[in-house]
Design a protein around this ligand. Structure first.
Ligand code: KIV
Ligand code: NA
Length: 263
C-alpha cells in the first residue's frame, strides 16, 4: 500500500471516507498494525497508563515519548506516525517548538498537542516550520485533575459552542487535524461541519473522519474499567493482525463506533 500522508487524510475527508488510527508504543505491534492497514499510528502519552501503570498520563516525559517514537518509527512502513507532546512540554511556544522538533527527529510525521484556542500562536509557529499539528480537544487527559475525573466534555450548549469556536480558531491558526475525545455525538457532528480539516474521534461518534482507540483497550489487555466507547476486536479474531484488520475494516465501513459506543 501507498504511505499515508496528511494529504491522504485530507482526501478521506473530501471523499467522506473514514480512516483508522491506533496507538502504538513498540516496533513489533506497530509493524503488525501497519501490515493490517491501519492508517495512522499514534505514540500516545497514554503509555504512562498502559505501559508504565500510572492512573494518569502526567508522569510521562519528553524522553519517554522520544524513546517510544523511535521504537514505533522502526516498525512502521505505510502508516502515518503521530506523536504526543506530554504534560507540561507546552509552557511556552519556544518549548513547544523544541519538544515537537525532538519528536519529529525521532520519526514522528505529525505532533499532537492537548489544548484549545490558547494554542493558536504555537500552532502557527509549528505550521510555519513544516510540522503538521493535530490539536486534541474535548476530554484532554492531561487536564484530568482539573476536570475532576475522566468525564464527557461539552455537554452544555455554552461549552459546546466554546469548543466549536476554539476549533475554528485553531484551524485558522494552521492546525492540520483536530482530535475530539469524549464529547456527545451531536457536538462532534456540529464541530465537524464547522471546520474543513480532518477530524479524528474517540468516544465522539461516527460522524467524523477518523477513529482512534488505545491499542491495549481494543485488544482487551487493559486492566480496570474499560470506557464505554471501546470495543474488544481480539475477541472473535484468531490473531493480533486479524484484530487490527477487523478494527480497520469496521472503521472504514463505518460499522464502528456503533450507537452503544456513543454519548
Ligand atoms: O495518548 C493517547 O492514547 C491519546 C488517544 C487516546 C487519542 O491521546
Ligand atoms: Na494522549
Amino acid at each position: 500500500p501507498k504511505p499515508v500522508t496528511l494529504r491522504t487524510l485530507v482526501e478521506h475527508r473530501a471523499n467522506a471516507s473514514a480512516f483508522s488510527c491506533l496507538t502504538a508504543y513498540d516496533a513489533s505491534l506497530a509493524r503488525c498494525a501497519d501490515a493490517a492497514g491501519v492508517d495512522v499510528l499514534l505514540v500516545g502519552d497514554s503509555l504512562g497508563m498502559v505501559l508504565q501503570g500510572h492512573s494518569d498520563t502526567l508522569a510521562v516525559t519528553l524522553d519517554d515519548m522520544i524513546y517510544h517514537t523511535r521504537c514505533v518509527a522502526s516498525g512502521r512502513q505505510h502508516s502515518l506516525l503521530m506523536a504526543d507532546l506530554p504534560f507540561m512540554t507546552n509552557v511556552t511556544t519556544e518549548q513547544i517548538l523544541h519538544s515537537a522538533g525532538a519528536l519529529m527527529r525521532a520519526g514522528a510525521q505529525m505532533v499532537k498537542l492537548e489544548g484549545e484556542a490558547w494554542l493558536a500562536e504555537a500552532v502557527t509557529a509549528l505550521a510555519r516550520r513544516g510540522v503538521p499539528v493535530c490539536v486534541h480537544m474535548g476530554l484532554t487527559p492531561q487536564s484530568v485533575h482539573a476536570f475532576g475525573g475522566y468525564r464527557v466534555q461539552g455537554r452544555d450548549e455554552v461549552q459546546a459552542q466554546h469548543l466549536i469556536e476554539a476549533a475554528q480558531t485553531l484551524e485558522a491558526a494552521g492546525a492540520a487535524v483536530i482530535l475530539l475525545e469524549c464529547v456527545p455525538r451531536v457536538l462532534a457532528q456540529r464541530l465537524h461541519a464547522a471546520v474543513s480539516v480532518p477530524v479524528i474521534g474517540i468516544g465522539a461518534g461516527p460522524e467524523v473522519d477518523g477513529q482512534i482507540l488505545v491499542m491495549h483497550d481494543m485488544l482487551g489487555a487493559t486492566s480496570g474499567r474499560v470506557p464505554r466507547f471501546v470495543r474488544n476486536f481480539l475477541a472473535g479474531s484468531g490473531s493480533l493482525q486479524d484484530a487490527f484488520r477487523a478494527y480497520h475494516e469496521a472503521v472504514r465501513e463505518r460499522r464502528f463506533p456503533a450507537d452503544e459506543h456513543c454519548f
